[in-house]
Design a protein around this ligand. Sequence first.
Ligand SMILES: Cc1cc2nc3c(=O)[nH]c(=O)nc-3n(C[C@H](O)[C@H](O)[C@H](O)COP(=O)(O)O)c2cc1C
Length: 187
Amino acid sequence: MAKRRSVDPKYSMCVQPSFIIGTNNEDGSENFAPITWASATHEDGDQYLFVISMAGTKMTKKNVLRTGVFSANLVSIDMLSLMDYFGSKHAKDGAKNDISYEVVRGEVLDVPVLNESRWVYECEVARTVETGDSTTFFCHIRNIQMDERLECEDIFDIDLTVLDPVIYSGKYHSIGKTLGKIGDFVQ
Ligand SMILES: Cc1cc2nc3c(=O)[nH]c(=O)nc-3n(C[C@H](O)[C@H](O)[C@H](O)COP(=O)(O)O)c2cc1C
């Protein structure tokens, strides 16, 4: 049995995936920023919604509110310096061009995509929910670009060791190894 202690609810840690969100600025240039308040939910049929939450008045949020579209680029360990840079510079302080990175356009939506990402969602906002100064976007996934090395038998067969994602809790972490699939541990 784990020995726990009760603490202040400000320790609101969720084990968070790391995405760099790509948006279109008003002048047609692109902007990228890390957002880790990200999840998914289900709609009718086999449609999933990507769920992402943004606080304050950051450019990324303004761009999503204005255009209704964005890319969500999963961050692998080799993209850490890119994420750290995008997260420490605010678009209002100038273009994020102090380091080099390759940008392409989405396959389905007109959104900027990071060439380095191994898993990219192209998203279109379906609904927004405001809570305080945060906005949560429920989004149709119009396209997924996945690393060609992934060989998926079905939607549950995603090998995260290929994607090598950065997991965020306030600090950056990597995942360990594949443990098995649903049912493997039923006794
Ligand atoms: C690792 C990391 C995770 C972040 N996650 C979020 C988040 O989930 N929601 C949010 O509103 N801001 C988040 N931020 C903050 C924005 O990325 C940051 O404010 C960024 O500079 C905004 O850029 P922009 O002004 O170009 O939009 C995160 C930053 C880092 C470094």
